[in-house]
Unconditional design. Sequence first.
Length: 278
Amino acid sequence: MADPQSNARLRADAGAPTTGVIHVRTRLTADFTVISNALAQRRGSAVTIGVAVYILSLPDGSPVSIAALCEHFSEGEILISRALRELEAAGYLERRRERLSSGQIRTRTCFYDVPGGAPDPGGPPKPPRPRKRPDTVEEAAPAQAEAEKPIPLADADPQAIAVLTALRRIDPRLILSGRDAARLAPAVTEWLAAGVGAHQITELLTARLPNDLARPAGILAFRLRETPLPAPPPPAHPMDRPTVLPFQTCDGCDRAFRAPEPGQCRDCRSGQRLRQAC
């Protein structure tokens, strides 16, 4: 009699899961990045986690501006900026604006492996923790308006208000209320004080605006806060004016003419040359 056969599955190896993912791990000795499970398993946007992992993998000094991240990822400016704000609100990312000795404003970015964690021994001192910011660009305007006391429109810089109110001429969607204009005016004043002209500010604020512009004040506040100030144009050198020669009295006809020293006018000199030729 043949041996009995069984259709039952063989038992899995001891300790191996019967469902879900099975990791096939390789010990890495170079070109790897250590990431906390709190960040890797963070609930929410996959773009946010991807941006965080990419920034953690970069060496110090690498550019992590929105423009630089958009060149690496296929997502656009809105999703990338939203991911940065989520990381900033969670305490992983800090962005501070610093004024250089030349008067320009630059943004310095710090990224933390663990929010609130201490820096490595011997490393640079830990910068102060950032205040919590809204998660999205669209939430920036109302959140900041609630956190800060609004500036009366009458106390705002008139030149900055003029720049903001003129934006609607470029894009009719950029219509600001008096409260929004007064709130954005200090940032525009800072740009003007750094030597950036009103026309250049208008171009920076109105270039490549998204099609869905529900809250224009929010996107303007974001660009004023996050866009590095461009270098002011070099001062124009005035053209050298020609030297004005003094008036002289002609020795031949007593007519006034301009010349560096006394003598005869052009007509008298021409007549004298003709007489000498004859």
